[in-house]
Design a binder for this molecule. Structure first.
Ligand code: GRF
Length: 224
């Protein structure tokens, strides 16, 4: 079989970039058939930019502070992203609400990772809210982005138990370990052409997923 051409990708960040690092590591290890062409941040001090440069990936900063409204910023961001002609745009801790125009422009090729088991706990402060609600399991979800915040169809999730003594910080740390497993996995499925978003949800290997696969801690990724 002919090796598939790597999928061109642009990653958007605002901060630490540990998920970006997981994607870079997987790509460099030959486990992720992508070509991360650029990492773009809305903040010049995002540590993820250092990670990208260390990996020899082009970086750009587009500060939202220079724009008076969201539409204008997003239009400029589209212009910047489209220079790299990505087949997939990956939000990896990009802390901005995106305009409908932006989301529609990339519909079906825009994904996000969210620190909860969606549809539970959309929005911010998910770890605090999970603890306060008394649920026994928490986790993270990779989903396609649609105009409604954190409501797009889910590709894959990872679940962890909430244990006695957990704080938002301990939960966040354990959830992040899982994020670093499922984000490269979801990107791989898309890059391999196994997963797509259609009008009625996520298709994997040609079959509509009524429920996303849920990884448990310690569960191997083999066969997924
Ligand atoms: C992650 O926890 C992710 O769930 C959320 O933003 C955070 C980004 O972390 N969307 P990092 O910058 O990848 O370390």
């Amino acid at each position: 079989m002919q090796p598939r051409t790597p999928l061109p990708v642009v990653v958007l960040i605002s901060g630490n970039g540990s998920n970006l690092q997981a994607l870079i590591d997987a790509q460099q290890a030959g486990k992720l058939p992508t070509d991360i062409r650029a990492v773009i941040s809305n903040r010049a001090d995002a540590y993820g930019l250092v990670r990208a440069e260390a990996a020899g990936i082009e970086t750009a900063v587009l500060s939202h502070r220079e724009f008076s409204d969201r539409e204008q910023y997003d239009r400029q961001l589209i212009t910047l992203i489209d220079r790299y002609q990505p087949g997939l745009v990956i939000l990896a801790g990009f802390m901005r609400i995106l305009s409908d125009h932006f989301v529609k422009h990339y519909l079906g090729r825009l994904i996000n990772i969210h620190p909860s088991l969606l549809p539970a706990f959309r929005g911010l402060n998910t770890h605090e809210r999970a603890l306060a609600s008394g649920v026994q399991r928490h986790g993270c979800s990779v989903h396609y982005v649609t105009p409604e915040l954190d409501a797009g169809p889910v590709i894959v999730q990872a679940s962890i138990p909430i244990v006695k003594g957990d704080t938002p910080a301990t939960l966040a740390a354990r959830v992040q370990i899982q994020e670093h497993r499922i984000y490269p996995l979801a990107a791989k499925w898309i890059a391999e052409g196994r997963v797509q978003m259609r009008d009625d949800g996520v298709y994997k290997d040609g079959v509509r997923q009524d429920f996303p696969p849920v990884l448990e801690p310690g569960q191997t990724l083999e066969g997924f």
